[in-house]
Each structure stands twice: as structure tokens, then as C-alpha cells.
Design a protein around this ligand. Structure first.
Ligand code: PLP
Length: 284
């Protein structure tokens, strides 16, 4: 595939970075992942907004306009076949001459982007959706989870916790047994027809799919939405559980820690919500 690295488009096999790159040595970088279907991106502006916020939070100075990013995305999409693609955008602090923790003064950020194939657009269809089974774990990541840092070892270890048990995701809970999110998704429950998701703070990534979904549900007005604390007991007793992320959209969860969610089948509110998401997502 064709990738973008520091101003050049080149085959992935030819892309080279320095082993002194702080992205490599420290996980010192910010990234984004967004989907594109037949050349149409979902959530380009909110993804750009989140990236700027992340870059300024960690003091990486990159004076790129949104137009410039758009051109890189459009070029990569076109050169990689314009199909169902995930776009990975990455800015690390850059390569320094020595390994020293402090932010260096005179390095330029490393900008890297590539595409990867993703499944066709998710469809609101109970018989075709791949429902998830999940387990739970104590959230042991840092207190800056609102920053989309490339330092993902905490998330990787939580994902692995579920993966090695043969499930698809791991739901994370703080020391008070309150839901934060999943290792690579935001999380929701449905109880008595109400969609409930934990409020944003430094313990969760402000997911773009979460933002789009909540905005669309509120505009549609048929399914009530609440942002409030969700306990582990509420997750076990929920009628439905969902997780969301950019490449997966809204995913129904049918088992938590081996216990069926509701009647153990994909729920009706999920169906309605995924329909609303599919119909509205390209407006973001
Ligand atoms: N939470 C975490 C920890 C993530 O890594 C992700 C993205 O993969 C999400 C939530 C979902 O965010 P988005 O909807 O922007 O993809």
C-alpha cells in the first residue's frame, strides 16, 4: 500500500523512521483513526479537532491546516483503491539526537499516515451483525485517557486480557466499579429503553463515534439518552450493552463475563440506533 511519511508518498516497505524517534522510544505521539467508504470519510472535522487538542495537550507543535490533512487523506484513499478503508494518522514528537525525557526544542514532528482495509459499511441487521462477547477488568490505565496517545500499552494489555479468553473486548471499571470504557471502544448500556453512557472525563477517550451517535440520537429524539455513571451491577442487569468505535460503529454485546446480556440476543434498540447512525454518519 501507499503511505505518507513526512511529506512523501511511498510504498509501505520503503517507509523508514529513525530508531531515535520519540514515538518509538517513548510512545510520544498522538494519532487518529477514521473510516472512509468509497472515498467518503466519516467524521473528518471532529477527528481533526480531537487531534489538535491532543497535540496541544502534549505540546507537539505542528502547523498543519485541515486542508493539508484533507489532501493527505484524499490522496491516500485514492492511491489505495478508494474502497472500505481505515485511515491511520500519526504525529510523533520527532527524532532527537539523544534519549532524554524533556521535550526537545529543535526537532520536527514525524507525520505518518497509512490506510488499512476495513469491513464493508456495518449494516443495521440483527442476523448479519457480528455481536461481541466481552469480559470485564479493573481499568489500570493512566489518568489522561482523554488524550489519544500512541502510548497504548495499557489498552493493549486490557485488550489481551479479553483476547486470551476468546472474547472480543474488555469492559473497564474504576476502583468504585464504575464503567469507564472498553480497551479500544466507548461503552453503553440500554435499560428500559434509555441509552446510558458514562460522562466524558480524563478516564475516557472522547470517541468520535460516541459524539456522532449521541448527537444523532438526540436529534432523532425517539430514544432517550443519558450521560451518567454506570455501575458494574447495572452492566450485568442491562437490557442491552453496546460498544462503539470508528471502524466498527455501534456493536451489540451479547455476553459479559459469560453471562447473557438481556435475553442473550441482539437488541431492538441497537437495531434502531445503528439505523440512525448509518443514515446520518456522513453528515459529520
Ligand atoms: N476508547 C478507546 C480507548 C479507543 O482506543 C477508541 C478508538 O479506537 C475509542 C474509545 C473509540 O473512539 P472513536 O469512536 O473516535 O474511534
Amino acid at each position: 500500500s501507499t503511505v505518507f511519511l513526512n511529506g512523501d508518498y511511498l510504498p509501505m516497505e520503503e517507509a523508514r523512521i529513525s530508531p531515535m524517534d520519540r514515538g518509538f522510544l517513548f510512545g510520544d505521539g498522538i494519532y487518529e483513526v477514521l473510516p472512509s467508504y468509497a472515498g467518503r470519510m466519516v467524521g473528518f472535522d471532529p477527528h481533526m479537532e480531537r487531534m489538535s487538542q491532543g497535540l496541544s495537550a502534549v505540546g507537539i507543535k505542528l502547523d498543519w491546516s485541515r486542508t493539508r490533512w484533507k489532501a493527505v487523506c484524499d490522496t491516500l484513499i485514492e492511491r489505495n483503491g478508494s474502497g472500505n478503508l481505515g485511515l491511520y494518522l500519526h504525529v510523533s514528537r520527532g527524532a532527537d539526537s539523544r534519549r532524554f525525557h524533556a521535550y526537545p526544542e529543535n526537532v520536527s514532528p514525524t507525520v505518518f499516515a497509512f490506510t488499512f482495509e476495513i469491513p464493508a459499511e456495518p449494516v443495521a441487521d440483527k442476523s448479519r451483525v457480528k455481536a461481541f462477547r466481552v469480559v470485564t477488568d479493573r481499568d489500570l490505565r493512566w489518568e489522561r485517557c482523554h488524550i489519544k496517545s500512541t502510548a497504548l500499552l495499557g489498552n493493549v494489555m486490557h485488550f489481551q486480557h479479553g483476547y486470551q479468553q476468546g472474547v472480543d473486548e474488555t469492559l473497564l471499571f474504576n476502583e468504585r466499579e464504575e464503567l469507564t470504557e472498553a480497551s479500544a471502544c466507548n461503552a453503553y448500556i440500554v435499560k428500559d429503553g434509555v441509552v446510558i453512557t458514562p460522562p466524558l472525563d480524563q478516564y475516557k477517550l472522547p470517541g468520535i463515534t460516541r459524539y456522532i451517535l449521541l448527537d444523532l440520537l438526540r436529534k432523532d429524539g425517539q430514544i432517550p439518552v443519558q450521560e451518567r455513571t454506570v455501575t458494574k451491577a447495572e452492566v450485568y442487569a442491562a437490557d442491552e450493552v453496546w460498544v462503539t468505535s470508528s471502524s466498527k460503529e455501534v456493536v451489540p454485546v451479547i455476553a459479559v463475563d459469560g453471562r447473557p446480556v438481556g435475553n442473550g440476543e441482539v437488541g431492538d434498540i441497537w437495531l434502531q440506533a445503528q439505523k440512525i447512525y448509518s443514515a446520518g454518519k456522513f453528515d459529520y
